[in-house]
Design a protein around this ligand. Structure first.
Ligand code: C5P
Length: 235
């Protein structure tokens, strides 16, 4: 497979066209940003860890009936994916209060929620990814009612599978963000699932094993990413 011109460069990944129909290549970077790009840095080795972790998880989810964009891992940092059209929504599921949810509602971080919550943000850097609901998404033409229903069904299933998967690694899945894509009329899971996009807490110590270590200057950022990879049997 030949890598052709770059289609897109995001904060953590680049996407390239290929000479194969309907296949793109995603290339993971070590760059890290937070607070809508206001804080910038590098997390050494992050690109490789996030690439391999995402692929491992997407493969496991596929086996459990969740359609994803994964085609095949090409190298440490590069993966062939289906050429999806990204639905411009950040889809966030929370099991435990943390981050913006705790701040907005004045609920202590670590408070277990009585049921998983689901929220949407409009993927738009200029606007800082504003919080919207399903009515906004439909009214703005970001997704159809059917697509929102499918995304909701899939992401809640993904949450249940991931909670169990990480529990076995002694990690609590506090919350996470995913994106979905359209591929030949089907909604498939896209983007990544990694310490950049999830909150992972050690089940016993509640140590933060995710990007909050970078966002909050907690130190040992690289070690935390490697620890999650190690516990999942990656590397
Ligand atoms: O900041 P907030 O509490 O809303 O984040 C919820 C979850 O979504 C966290 O796991 C965070 O890592 C993830 N997230 C993300 N990309 C964003 C915003 C949030 O991966 N742009």
């Amino acid at each position: 497979m030949k890598k052709l011109e770059q289609l897109y460069e995001g904060k953590a990944k680049k996407v390239f066209k290929t000479d194969v129909e309907d296949v793109y290549i995603v290339s993971y970077k070590d760059d890290a940003t937070a607070f809508n790009g206001l804080k910038k840095g590098t997390i050494a080795g992050k690109g490789a860890i996030n690439n391999m972790m995402t692929n491992r998880i997407f493969k496991m989810l596929e086996e459990k009936g969740i359609p994803t964009h994964l085609v095949e891992e090409l190298s440490e940092r590069e993966t062939a994916v289906k050429a999806v059209e990204i639905v411009p929504l950040e889809v966030i599921v929370r099991n435990v209060a943390a981050g913006s949810f705790s701040k907005k509602l004045g609920i202590e971080e670590g408070t277990k929620l009585l049921a998983p919550t689901l929220e949407f943000s409009y993927k738009n850097d200029e606007l800082g990814d504003p919080f919207i609901n399903d009515y906004y998404a439909i009214a703005l033409g970001l997704a159809t009612r059917e697509e929102i229903e499918k995304i909701t069904e899939l992401v809640l299933k993904v949450n249940e599978i991931l909670k169990e998967y990480f529990k076995q690694a002694n990690i609590d899945l506090i919350d996470f963000k995913v994106e979905f894509g359209r591929y030949h009329g089907e909604i498939v899971l896209a983007d990544e699932i990694s310490p950049d996009t999830c909150r992972f807490w050690d089940s016993e110590t509640h140590d933060h094993l995710d990007k909050d270590r970078f966002r909050r200057d907690l130190g040992n950022v690289e070690d935390a990413y490697m620890e999650v990879a190690k516990r999942l049997g990656i590397q």
